[in-house]
Design a protein around this ligand. Structure first.
Ligand SMILES: NC(=O)c1ccc[n+]([C@@H]2O[C@H](COP(=O)([O-])OP(=O)(O)OC[C@H]3O[C@@H](n4cnc5c(N)ncnc54)[C@H](OP(=O)(O)O)[C@@H]3O)[C@@H](O)[C@H]2O)c1
Length: 269
């Protein structure tokens, strides 16, 4: 029997590369996707040598309308199906909604929202047929917190991913797919290339180190949660505390606190 295969988007860096390392260590085959193929191939070489698994690299830009289709078609042409999907690819769109072109906003929605949901839709029928599936959607603590000015679409898209994951997990239960689970992983600040890419590294460096997590425990929390059938997981005590506060604080107070905090690191230019 083939080893199980995990498809990971955004596997060329940060949290996605860590998902690849952890699933490889668990003995899974991998399909790694992102735009930077050289990075994917380096990681594939490393993990194949270390764990004796098979790694397939699929270079795709998820901002392109047919990218999800191309990824799944490429895998089926190689005779492989997806047992676990990690929808991880993402980035921050700095600046204001007012001053960001519609093209940039539309690409952002495609990469962080439409493409992940389309991938889930494409892999679910096979998972149902085989009676096994895991879907992890990398959302964010920002999807819990009240909205604030700047990077304006980010929280709304992540909040949508949380609701989608909860609903899909419930749907699987309701339909009797007892071993298909979907989880929204909601990290807070995590060491990766995310803040270099969105140009906020300098202001992020001023934040307390207590606010930050390494990718390793973030990813482990996601894998453990989806195996338990838990629809949403917030990794780390500090992040859990923040998530709880956003639920119990009166809304105007929560908005004022998040607004003050995010002015320290969000780029509004
Ligand atoms: N780091 C944090 O503090 C933090 C906190 C909460 C949530 N998150 C979420 O965690 C996820 C991973 O981010 P990260 O922190 O690991 O950032 P990262 O180190 O910058 O990695 C982002 C990954 O997404 C891929 N990607 C970006 N645009 C893409 C596109 N158009 N098509 C295909 N792949 C694309 C990148 O690959 P290529 O550039 O090679 O395409 C890269 O592999 C994101 O969804 C992010 O929103 C991060």
């Amino acid at each position: 029997m083939d080893r199980r295969l995990c498809l990971i988007t955004g596997a060329s860096a940060g949290i996605g590369a860590e998902f690849a390392r952890q699933y490889a260590a668990l003995g899974w085959d991998l399909a790694l996707s992102a735009r930077r193929e050289d990075r994917l191939k380096d990681l594939a070489d490393e993990l194949q040598d270390k764990h004796g698994i098979t790694v397939i690299c699929i270079a795709q830009d998820l901002a392109r309308a047919n990218s999800a289709d191309k990824i799944i078609t490429s895998l089926s042409e190689q005779g492989r199906h997806v047992d676990a999907l990690v929808n991880n690819a993402g980035y921050g769109l700095p600046g204001t909604f007012f001053n960001t072109s519609w093209k940039s906003q539309a690409e952002f929605i495609r990469v962080l929202y439409t493409a992940p949901i389309e991938l889930a839709h494409k892999v679910l029928p096979g998972m149902a047929e085989r009676g096994y599936g895991r879907i992890i959607n990398v959302a964010s603590l920002a999807g819990y917190a009240p909205g604030s000015a700047g990077h304006t679409l980010y929280a709304s898209v992540k909040s949508g991913m949380i609701k989608f994951s909860e609903s899909l997990n419930a749907e699987c239960e309701t339909l009797g797919h007892t071993d298909i689970h979907c989880t929204a992983l909601c990290p807070g600040f995590t060491y990766s290339e995310f803040h270099d890419v969105n140009g906020t590294r300098d202001s992020m460096n001023k934040m307390s180190k207590r606010m930050w997590m390494e990718a390793g425990p973030v990813v482990k929390a996601g894998i453990d949660a989806v195996n338990r059938g838990q629809p949403v997981v917030v990794p780390g005590m500090v992040n859990k505390t923040i998530a709880s506060l956003t639920r119990i604080l009166p809304e105007p107070l929560g908005r004022a606190m998040v607004g003050a905090q995010s002015r320290r690191y969000r780029r509004i230019d």
